[in-house]
Design a protein around this ligand. Structure first.
Ligand code: ADP
Length: 398
C-alpha cells in the first residue's frame, strides 16, 4: 500500500510518499512560496538526484498537480500510475474537542473541520485547502486527517481547564488543547516498546523550534505544556512560553501595541531570541554562550529551567516517572541541553550516562543500566505516524 502524506502551510506544502510494505520513503519534497510568485518545487526521489522546478504555483491545487506530476515523472518519478496512491494522510494542526483521533475526512468531517478554523486561523485553513485540492486532483482515494491536538484529548478536566470564568470555556472553547500530539504519541509508543510495558509513566520532551512536554501514563496523555495555543509552556525559539498574563496588557499600554503587534512580540520576538538577542536557533545561542555572551547564557538557563520544572511537575502529577524521552531538533541533537537538564534530575533517580549521551540524531538510552528512571533519545517521525494511521483507516473503509 502506498500512502501520500501532506503537510500544508499557508504558502508551502511538504509531502512524503511511503511504501507501507516496509514503511520506506519512496520520495519526499516541498513546494514553497505558493501564491507568492517565484514558487519552487523541490523533489527528492529515494536513491535518485534531488530536482528543483521553478514555476508559477498560484494555489494549493496547482501545487498538488505538480507533486503528482513529479511522482509520475519518467525520469524522477517513483510510481507509474496515479492509482498507485492508495490514500492521502493530512497533518492538521487543530482538531479541537471534536477530533480526538485520526479519522477519514468525508463531507461531514470537512464541514466540522471548517468550524475549528476559528481556533487555528493561521494553520487549519491551509490544511482544508490541501484536502479540497486532493479530493479534486487525486479523486476516489480515502483522505485521512491526523491532528496535532488529538493525542492530548485524554487529559482530565482538571488539567485542561484554566482558572477563568467557566463561561469562556462554554462560549469560546477556551481550554488547554496541547500540540505536537503526533510526535508525543510516536515517541511515547516507541518508549513503551523499549521498556517492554504499556503501563509506564513517561515524560516526553519534544524540544525543537517549538517545544512541548507531555506526561503520558498507561499510553494516555494526562498533561501537556502547550495550551489553548502553542505559545504556552517552556521557553521556545521565538515564543515566550508561560508568562504572567498581566504583562500582556501592561506592555500593550506602555508600547501602544494593538493585539496583532502584541501577538507578534509573544510569538516572534520572545524566547531564546528575545532574551539572548542573538538568535532563535539553539546552535547559535549555545555558541554565543560558549564565547561568554551573558544574555545567551541566561537564555539557556531559562530554557533549561522551564524544561526541568515541567519534568518535576509531571513526575509529581503522575506520582512517579519510569522514563523520560528527548526528541525533535534540540532533543535529538543537543547533547549539551540534555546533559544540563538531566543534571537536575538526579533527585528523581536519573543516573545519567555522559558517554552514551555523546551522540546526535539516533535512538539511544542515555541513562546507566541501573538508573531508576530510564532516559532515552528517540528521533520523532510524525510523517510515518500519519502514514500508519492513514493506512489503518484506509483499510477499514475498503
Ligand atoms: P521545528 O519545531 O521547526 O520542527 P526542529 O525540531 O527542527 O524544529 O528543531 C529546530 C531546533 O533544533 C533549532 O533550535 C536548532 O538549533 C536545534 N538544533 C538542531 N541541531 C542542533 C544541534 N546539533 N545542537 C543544538 N541544537 C540543534
Amino acid at each position: 500500500m502506498k500512502i501520500l502524506v501532506l503537510n500544508c502551510g499557508s504558502s508551502s506544502l511538504k509531502y512524503q510518499l511511503f511504501n507501507m510494505d516496509d514503511e520506506s520513503v519512496m520520495a519526499k519534497g516541498l513546494v514553497e512560496k505558493i501564491g507568492l510568485g517565484d514558487s519552487e518545487l523541490t523533489h527528492q526521489p529515494q536513491g535518485k538526484d534531488k530536482i528543483k522546478i521553478s514555476a508559477d504555483i498560484p494555489n494549493h491545487g496547482v501545487a498538488i498537480e505538480m507533486v503528482v506530476a513529479a511522482l509520475l515523472d519518467k525520469e524522477h518519478g517513483v510510481i507509474s500510475d496515479m492509482r498507485e496512491i492508495d490514500a492521502v494522510g493530512h497533518r492538521i494542526v487543530h482538531g479541537a474537542q471534536m477530533f480526538s483521533a485520526s479519522c477519514i475526512i468525508d463531507d461531514k468531517a470537512l464541514a466540522d473541520l471548517e468550524t475549528v478554523s476559528e481556533l487555528a486561523p493561521l494553520h487549519n485553513p491551509p490544511s482544508i485547502l490541501g484536502i479540497r485540492a486532493c479530493c479534486e486532483k487525486i479523486p476516489g482515494v480515502p483522505m485521512v486527517g491526523v491532528f496535532d491536538t488529538a493525542f492530548h484529548q485524554t487529559m482530565p478536566a482538571a488539567n485542561y481547564l484554566y482558572g477563568l470564568p467557566y463561561e469562556y470555556y462554554e462560549k469560546y472553547k477556551i481550554r488547554r488543547y496541547g500540540f505536537h500530539g503526533t510526535s508525543h504519541r510516536f515517541v511515547s509508543a516507541r518508549c513503551a516498546e523499549l521498556l517492554g510495558r504499556n503501563d509506564a509513566k513517561i515524560i516526553t520532551c519534544h524540544l525543537g523550534n517549538g517545544s512541548s512536554l507531555s506526561a503520558v501514563d498507561h499510553g494516555k496523555v494526562v498533561d501537556t505544556s502547550m495550551g489553548f495555543t502553542p505559545l504556552a509552556g517552556v521557553l521556545m525559539g521565538t515564543r515566550s512560553g508561560d508568562i504572567d498574563p498581566a504583562i500582556v496588557t501592561y506592555v500593550m499600554e506602555k508600547e501602544g501595541l494593538d493585539t496583532a503587534a502584541m501577538n507578534a512580540v509573544l510569538n516572534k520576538k520572545s524566547g531564546l531570541l528575545g532574551i539572548s538577542g542573538v538568535s532563535s536557533d539553539m546552535r547559535y545561542v549555545e555558541e554565543a554562550a560558549d564565547q561568554g555572551n551573558e544574555r545567551a547564557k541566561i537564555a539557556l538557563e531559562v530554557f533549561r529551567k522551564t524544561v526541568v520544572s515541567f519534568i518535576g511537575a509531571y513526575a509529581a502529577e503522575m506520582n512517579g516517572v519510569d522514563a523520560i524521552v528527548f526528541t525533535a531538533g534540540i532533543g535529538e541533537n543537543s547533547a549539551l541541553e540534555r546533559a544540563a537538564i538531566c543534571a537536575n534530575l538526579t533527585y528523581l533517580g536519573v543516573d545519567f550516562d555522559a558517554a552514551a549521551n555523546d551522540c546526535r540524531g539516533k535512538e539511544v538510552e542515555i541513562s546507566k543500566p541501573d538508573s531508576k528512571v530510564r532516559v532515552f533519545v528517540i528521533p520523532t517521525n510524525e510523517e510515518l505516524m500519519i502514514a500508519r494511521d492513514t493506512k489503518a483507516l484506509a483499510e477499514s473503509v475498503k
